[in-house]
Design a protein around this ligand. Structure first.
Ligand code: PMP
Ligand code: GLU
Length: 406
């Protein structure tokens, strides 16, 4: 007798808007194809191709050997919070950074979730400059608040200004999620721009969630401008998101942090006391080494120099080989965002990426994932060799579309 499979009850309305992460899905597809033996160049996911610096891994191994394998303090181990506070203070000219306001979590993705869940809820609107990293609107929805996308200005590297924010603000607006250096564009807000946005937020009593995970990967002078570079009053209604994943090549260790006013930090700690009981203990010890060991600092400088060299090479190739293709010149992070609708009338990022993967074996992320499907994101956090091969194929694919439209 055949067994009738019963459908499960419908899922809860908590997940009514939920879609899986496109960046993670495309990366998984590229890996699947590679496992089948296809020579796929994966320029989709934002994950450094470097190994975690030696002293960091050694600190993690020693932590395990020393038996630091029990539950960690829920907010994070003191060594890590102190090291991160000192590091953030050093990056901003020695300003005061209170370790007690830092909550360590399982990647900055969880820090963002904790922050949004603690600050926003039903009926709240939260502004997100667009294009935006895939997870922001999803996290806002999970908090049952409403994401409001604010399109960036094309002439301005797709950044937003106070006028853009003002146009989308009403009395229900409670927050803004800002990302600088920006995923997916690589644009960076200047300190004057951050200050203007900070003044606007203070005027309207709006919370700023400033995602500064790419702060160290900056091609201007020193680290990218931060809310830590502004006077104390700009941190009164601001939560800064930081972490180890990107600049320290530690994506798999899953260590992130939020720096928040004390009552918010306390609420987030309570929240994660019921969800994760704090981040992985040995990984926290490894991250403490990342933020304090001068040898690691040298590695960060070297890795950033490599990202810069790759950025220069990509920009040069786009200018020379595809002069009609518009792109945002990256000032930070490791993404290049380019526009495909000019190559052929009506061409979308999704159509371009489908053909690029099926015919040319290169994985990129269509702009649709970030809210604007006229564009495509390329991650250059991969080896020079793969990058050159990927670029040859991208240029060939662009030329094919241009030939169809000619
Ligand atoms: N913010 C941005 C803008 C990102 O691109 C990422 C990438 N995963 C994250 C946060 C989360 O990083 P992680 O959880 O690895 O710290
Ligand atoms: N942030 C990276 C990206 O945008 C990693 C994947 C993810 O977490 O979305 O590709």
């Amino acid at each position: 007798m055949t067994k009738v499979l019963r459908l499960p009850d419908p899922l809860s309305s908590n997940l009514q808007h939920l879609k899986g992460s496109e960046t993670i899905a495309i990366n998984a597809e590229a890996r699947r194809l590679r496992a089948l033996g296809r020579d796929v160049v994966d320029l989709s996911v934002g994950e450094p191709d470097f190994d975690t610096p030696g002293p960091v891994s050694a600190a993690g191994i020693q932590a395990i050997q020393k038996g630091l394998t029990r539950y960690p303090p829920n907010v994070g181990v003191a060594d890590l919070r102190n090291a991160m506070a000192k590091h953030l203070s050093d990056l901003s000219g020695g300003r005061a950074v209170d370790p007690d306001r830092i909550v360590i979590s399982t990647g900055s993705k969880q820090s963002l979730f904790n922050t949004c869940f603690a600050l926003f809820g039903p009926r709240d609107k939260v502004l997100i400059p667009s294009p935006a990293w895939v997870s922001y609107p999803q996290i806002i929805h999970l908090a049952r608040a409403e994401p409001v996308m604010v399109p960036g200005e094309v002439e301005w590297g797709l950044k937003v200004g106070v006028k853009d924010l003002e146009r989308h603000t009403d009395k229900l607006t409670r927050g803004l999620v800002l990302c600088s250096p920006c995923n997916p564009t690589g644009a960076v807000y200047t300190l004057a721009e951050l200050k203007a946005i900070g003044d606007w937020a203070r005027k309207h009593n709006i919370w700023i969630v400033s995602d500064e995970i790419y702060r160290r990967i900056h091609y201007g002078q020193g680290p990218a401008p931060s809310f830590f570079d502004l006077p104390d009053e700009y941190l009164e209604r601001t939560v800064v998101i930081y972490g180890a994943s990107k600049a320290y090549a530690m994506t798999g260790w899953r260590i992130g942090a939020a720096y928040a006013p004390s009552p918010v930090a306390k609420a987030m700690a309570n929240l994660q006391s019921h969800t994760t009981t704090g981040a992985n203990h040995p990984a926290q010890i490894a991250a403490a080494a990342a933020f304090s060991d001068p040898r690691v600092e040298q590695e960060v400088v070297k890795m950033t120099a490599v990202f810069r060299r790759r950025r220069d090479r990509l920009v040069e190739r786009f200018r020379k080989e595809a002069p009609g293709v518009e792109f945002v010149e990256p000032v930070g992070a490791f993404y290049l965002f380019f526009r495909v609708d000019g190559a052929k009338d009506g061409l979308t990022g999704s159509k371009f990426c489908d053909r690029l993967l099926s015919e040319h074996a290169v994985a990129l992320v269509p702009g649709a994932a970030f809210g604007d499907d006229r564009w495509v994101r390329l991650s250059y956090a991969t080896s020079d060799k793969e990058l050159e091969k990927g670029m040859d194929r991208i240029m060939a694919c662009l030329a094919e579309f241009e030939a169809i439209s000619a």
